[in-house]
Design a binder for this molecule. Structure first.
Ligand code: BG6
Length: 459
């Protein structure tokens, strides 16, 4: 049975960076598809009026994806604005008034987690939470303890089924499609296990730095920013068993089981790097030891995966921008003792294009003694009409579909895995921008047979 739709969208942090980059474009896209026809109420403390918010929305659309005049007009017709301090009950009284007769508002907290408690409590006191949903941004806390505390704060007002924790990677079509890929392709089934797979490696590389977000980034670092959330979601999709049904809880149960099978990691399982020049970025603390690169080794002690190392790496200012994983199979026995044989590979690219590649042993053309792992890659550039992650996720949350959101137990398990290295992180090592992280440390750290070059890189 489909849950009832939210009849208003309230977004806190309306004047902020996230709203500018992601939320206004998502709202315009929802309008273009006919998926939004309820009041949209921005809340912030900026001394603004509604017209200022409309101008901000216009600027956002012009900079991020393009303004569609008809959809923008409709958006202006739906937009409302409440200005005020989140500590002041008057702000919430004004919000209550703007909500008018709305019975089931969705409150989107696009604000720092330290403000969640204040906002949620004031929403409850002002009568804005009955029948409501709440949508919260990542990172959800900074460690296991703070995530539990945030869950406690949210649960004091909202039941779990009304809480939507965003990890925008889950809203990306290719990530979402991983389950389809896994469970519809028969040829994968015979080798997708510890008997055949030697290692799995997952890379999320970005060829740019912190892009003016030094303050946020310095307090966060690569492990918290993308590894504990985005990369763990990809691992969960890759390693999960087929769910019994496709409802949100059955799917999320299977993902949580993957995390439960991963033991917490220690300092020897993590390499931390910082690109040279990071300390000069605005907002970065003098002498900061925050990592802009992380490489991590995980075990999944499940029946299917025990003994297969999973290696993850992510970083800023790397040679390319690309997210993909490579599964390397064990080598077969050989009847060609003088010719090198490689483990077959299966590559699955998530961005910038979507691709699947197969690495196969062949003899070098013209040679009877030289072999190579030749890769056949099929890829497809995203369709311009494809839903952006934020459009999909906001629409899903307003319809009450929680499948693509992180559940309470999931976020806590994810933090449990990295908690020990957050508490005592290994030393950070400097790397040159445009390289694959700290060279010395990375020489020793990686799957057997090494890291695979990205095909994007070799183009
Ligand atoms: C965000 C991180 O969650 O994801 C950023 O905070 C990162 O540091 C971004 O760049 C990557 O997302 P996307 O959708 O651009 O691949």
């Amino acid at each position: 049975m489909e849950a009832v739709r939210s009849d208003a969208l309230v977004f806190f942090g309306a004047t902020g960076d996230l709203a500018h980059k992601k939320i206004f474009p998502a709202l315009q896209a929802m309008l273009k598809r006919g998926n939004l026809n309820v009041p949209v109420i921005g809340v912030a403390k900026a001394g603004w009026k509604l017209d200022d918010l409309k101008n901000r929305a216009k600027d956002s659309l012009q900079q991020h994806g393009g303004l569609d005049p008809a959809a923008f007009d409709k958006l202006c017709g739906l937009l409302r604005y409440v200005d005020g301090d989140y500590n002041n009950p008057a702000t919430f009284a004004a919000l209550h008034k703007e909500l008018g007769g709305a019975q089931r508002p969705a409150h989107y907290l696009a604000i720092p987690p330290v403000l969640f408690g204040t906002v949620v409590q004031n929403l409850a006191k002002s009568g804005c939470t009955s029948g409501a949903r709440v949508i919260v941004e990542k990172p959800f806390g900074r460690d296991l303890k703070s995530a539990k505390e945030l869950n406690r704060i949210l649960h004091a007002t909202f039941p779990e089924e009304s809480i939507f924790r965003i990890d925008h990677y889950l809203g990306k079509t290719p990530v979402h499609n991983m389950m389809f890929f896994r469970f519809t392709n028969m040829y994968l089934q015979p080798f997708f296990d510890r008997e055949h797979v030697e290692s799995v490696q997952l890379t999320m590389a970005e060829n740019f730095g912190v892009q003016g977000r030094g303050g946020f980034y310095d307090a966060t670092g690569a492990v918290r920013d993308v590894m504990q959330n985005h990369l763990f979601q990809i691992i969960a999709n890759l390693a999960m068993e087929a769910p019994a049904r496709l409802d949100a809880e059955s799917v999320r149960d299977e993902k949580v089981k993957v995390l439960k099978a991963i033991p917490a990691i220690g300092p020897a399982d993590l390499v931390r790097g910082q690109f040279s020049g990071y300390l000069k970025e605005a907002g970065v603390a003098p002498g900061s030891t925050t990592e802009t690169f992380g490489a991590m080794r995980l075990r999944i002690d499940s029946w299917r995966w025990q003994g297969v190392p999973f290696y993850l790496r992510a970083g800023k200012n790397l040679p390319v921008t690309c997210t993909e994983f490579v599964i390397r199979l064990r080598k077969p026995p050989t009847i060609f003792p003088d010719i090198p044989i490689y483990g077959n590979t299966l590559r699955f690219r998530i961005s910038p294009d979507v691709g699947v590649g197969y690495g196969t042993n062949i003899l070098e053309p013209g040679s009877e003694k030289q072999s190579q792992l030749a890769e056949i890659m099929a890829s497809k550039h995203p369709d311009a009409k494809e839903m952006d992650a934020y459009e999909r996720l906001l629409g899903d949350a307003m319809r009450g579909d929680a499948t693509l959101f992180a559940r309470e137990d999931y976020v806590e398990e994810a933090w449990r895995i990295v908690d020990p290295v957050l508490a005592s992180p290994p030393t950070v090592q400097v790397y040159e921008p445009g390289t694959w992280g700290p060279a010395e440390a990375m020489k020793q750290f990686g799957p057997p047979g090494g890291w695979h070059a990205s095909v994007v890189e070799s183009k």
